[in-house]
Design a protein around this ligand. Sequence first.
Ligand code: R5P
Length: 267
Amino acid sequence: MEWGMKNRLSQLIQKDGRAMFLPIDHGYFQGPTSNLEEPGKTIEPIWPYADAIMLTRGVLRAAIDPAITKPIILRVSGGATMARRDELDNEGITTSVTEAIRLNASAVSMSVYVGSEREHQTLMSLGNLVNECEDYGIPTMAVTSVGTELGKRDARYLALASRIAAEIGARVVKTYYCEEGFEKVVRGCPVPIVIAGGPKADSEFEVFKWIYDALEKGAIGVNLGRNIWQHEHPVAMAKAVRAVIHENATPKEAQDVFDAVKSGKAD
Ligand code: R5P
């Protein structure tokens, strides 16, 4: 592996082999979604606890201080919106690799929709993006999204989508956690896996538990958005999630961190 690629990956994946990515890219198809109406304000108290921030160029330019010291994962795909839910898989590349370099991105990310009508289109976009990014030593993270005909948390589907994204050349794959068979998803994917959270869960303990279990089964960390910044206590969530990822905190210990920060007994 070239020095530049290694250097960028080591900015994202920490020395302990773990990673906590904080995505605020949701507006690229959801618009001003809840608690992300003003992304700069949302992220201000929580970014210090993340290892990298994932977002689009528009939000990066408008809302993030260029002096920020966190690595940036630039979302470069889009072209669909919530206004046409049946067309959500109809994505292309919206942001050039030149732009990613100009913005000093440490990685780029794009969605692939395995099992959907535009599966081929998005997988070919991934191949083209990887081809271009590899020339410059920029890692590509594949955001495997949910196909319409296969179950979101079905291990066979997650394993299929993750493996295919890795085969095409993604350096990191984002998928979802599933209780049954997640270790098979990890075993079948030759590159590091991070998990997303999806919509806000009923309890924070639930979030700590599935992150902990995913790490036990081989994931390297998370690309976790709404379960942090849509929570009433985002800083407490960010600190507790960080404790699970980088301090091997159990769900119970993470809950203690959360409760202590929430109640003001800890910073
Ligand atoms: C989808 O909008 C994005 O790709 C997110 O970055 C990804 O789904 C992770 O965010 P969350 O944990 O909110 O699902």
